[in-house]
Design a protein around this ligand. Structure first.
Ligand SMILES: [Zn+2]
Length: 162
């Protein structure tokens, strides 16, 4: 069998579990952490990925709502609670404050989105999910997905399987 020079990357959840488990193995007190056998189970919310390179890629794209260029920020879906920030791979470009057609400053789509002026609160999650997926696909298709950043779908499949 021919060996490839590329090392197969383990999905992030695996790497994280291997890195964490020796720490917990040394603990003598009970830890409030679900376990399966000796393996530490990584809960989806603890497995969020932060990636500045990915956020920069997202912010370099035109606003996904109004398509203006040069004013985008990486916007996250609304937090699910307890102040937990969402995964960076879920973000999408929305414009910040910028001059509007009449030269007056407009708040931009990021502020409008966060304040439910783009869509009502009941629809904001679905819209964020679809925008996040669209941007991941575009970045993947352009071959710009950051090296070493786990793919979002694979991550989800692994979490579901564990
Ligand atoms: Zn916009």
């Amino acid at each position: 069998m021919k060996r490839t020079p590329f090392k197969r990357k383990l999905p992030a959840a695996y790497v994280k579990a291997e890195r964490i488990s020796p720490v917990y193995a040394r603990l003598t007190v009970k830890v409030n952490m679900p376990r399966v056998g000796d393996a530490v189970v990584i809960l989806p919310k603890e497995d969020i990925v932060r990636s500045e390179p990915y956020r920069r890629l997202v912010a370099a794209r035109p606003c996904i709502n109004c398509h203006i260029e040069g004013y985008s920020q990486a916007a996250h879906p609304p937090p699910t609670g307890k102040g937990i920030k969402e995964d960076d791979r879920e973000c999408f470009p929305l414009c910040c404050i910028h001059p509007g057609a009449d030269g007056e400053l407009v708040p931009g789509c990021h502020a409008d989105f966060d304040n439910y002026r783009l869509v009502p609160a009941s629809d904001v999650r679905a819209l964020a999910a679809s925008w996040g997926a669209q941007i991941r696909k575009e970045i993947r298709d352009e071959g710009k997905w950051p090296k070493g950043l786990p793919h979002f779908e694979e991550q989800t499949a692994l979490e579901l399987a564990s």
